[in-house]
Design a protein around this ligand. Structure first.
Ligand code: FES
Ligand SMILES: [Fe+2]
Length: 393
């Protein structure tokens, strides 16, 4: 008899309060009972041009997305040494590889002969070499040029000088950050130790990628980001899906530089629930939502974690890589059923609700209306985040 056939994924591997790091536990303990939460009104606006202006978009590219390392993919996508994936989200052809000794490296996905892409799709490939489709120059996944077809036809070709162009890369709490402009001395200071520690506690570095989907949205990246920084829309935009699970209450927010951590109780939450069952899945009571600098969104759910990388492609275009992470692959048909249903639900909630809201808002903004966006006390984390990134512009 299979002893595990009745084990639900949540029971097989869950996160309890005690498994979280002390800072995260303390933050969770600050969440008031839903009935005691107080909404503080605020007066705040932002000019339309931050979502529609070319000058602002160019400044963000220069002062944020090219100046600091930015997230390109997840460690969990490349668990195996000797695997590689292409990433075009930023409009630069990138390759991210986990070398045979387990190290993450990033390269420009371009052959040193004439620039051809080496990997044309965005699937994960398990292979130790990359062969250019054009004239078949071959590289190791450590970037070294190891083979040139008809090499005797080249005079003085120094293979050691024609390896793939490498970009500085680092794994940070399970997110792979890359310095896109390739400068040799990246400024890693915007990456928060606290966020990396939390992501470790939540199991993000060692998670399983259950599902992955790319969205190409007609909206500015901040318009796409905003719903993940506010609870105001949840009971309204999501009225037909998940709205009834989340109260209209401000969340506990901590800023770590330009990284935002929001923690909130589910509907009807009281702090006593935390201690009622020490072995309980903490994700049933509490939702975590992070914006890791500058465009990585993490949202926890009961049985899985959503990670989204919002790649700004143009002032009114954002490519989103969505990842659904589970603690491990589904071990039973029942677990697979739970994951499958969760995946369908979350793609529908984010895709048909949050991302749709972003696209229809961009249309109004592009028509110049409103001249300034207005924010309330249930949206104050948007303003905190904007203050932090505007300080860098
Ligand atoms: S462009 Fe790659 S081998 Fe020629
Ligand atoms: Fe939402």
């Amino acid at each position: 008899m299979n002893m595990e056939s009745d084990v639900k994924p949540a029971e097989r591997k869950i996160t309890t309060l005690a498994m979280l790091n002390p800072g995260l536990q303390a933050a969770i303990r600050r969440i008031p009972a839903e009935a005691d939460a107080v909404i503080e009104p605020i007066e705040a606006t932002r000019p339309n041009a931050i979502f529609t202006g070319r000058e602002r978009f160019a400044r963000e590219q220069e002062r944020i997305f090219r100046r600091f390392p930015v997230p390109v993919t997840l460690s969990a996508l490349l668990p195996e040494p000797g695997s590689v994936v292409a990433q075009d989200g930023y409009g630069i052809p990138l390759l991210v590889a986990r070398t045979r000794d387990g190290e993450i490296k990033a390269f420009i996905n371009a052959c040193q002969h004439k620039g051809s892409k080496l990997v044309e799709d965005c699937e994960v490939h398990r292979q130790s070499r990359l062969t250019c489709p054009y004239h078949a120059w071959t590289y190791g996944i450590d970037g070294k040029l190891i083979g040139v077809a008809r090499s005797e036809a080249f005079e003085n070709l120094d293979k050691s000088a024609r390896g793939l162009k490498e970009l500085p890369a680092r794994e940070w709490g399970g997110v792979v950050y890359v310095q896109l402009d390739g400068r040799a001395d990246p400024d890693w200071s915007q990456l928060s130790e606290r966020v990396a520690e939390d992501f470790g506690s939540l199991g993000i570095p060692s998670a399983h990628v259950y599902g992955r989907k790319t969205f190409d949205l007609k909206a500015n990246w901040k318009v796409v980001l905003e719903p993940f920084l506010e609870g105001y829309h949840v009971q309204r935009l999501h009225a037909q899906s998940i709205g009834d699970q989340f109260p209209d209450a401000p969340n506990i927010v901590d800023m770590f530089g330009a990284n935002v951590r929001q923690i909130s109780g589910r509907i009807g939450y009281t702090p006593a629930m935390l201690d009622a069952d020490a072995g309980a899945n903490v994700h049933k009571l509490v939702t975590h939502a992070y914006t890791a600098f500058p465009n990585c969104v993490v949202v926890t759910s009961q049985y899985y974690i959503s990670v989204m990388l919002l790649f700004p492609r143009d002032v009114d275009r954002t490519v989103v890589d969505y990842f659904m992470l589970t603690p491990e692959p589904a071990g039973t048909p029942k677990a697979e059923e739970v994951f499958k249903r969760s995946y369908e639900l979350i793609l529908s909630v984010f895709g048909n609700e949050d991302f749709r809201a972003a696209e229809i808002s961009q249309q109004g903004l592009a028509a110049g209306v409103p001249a300034e966006t207005v924010y309330c006390g249930l949206e104050s984390n948007i303003i905190r985040y904007y203050d932090a990134i505007e300080a860098l512009l």
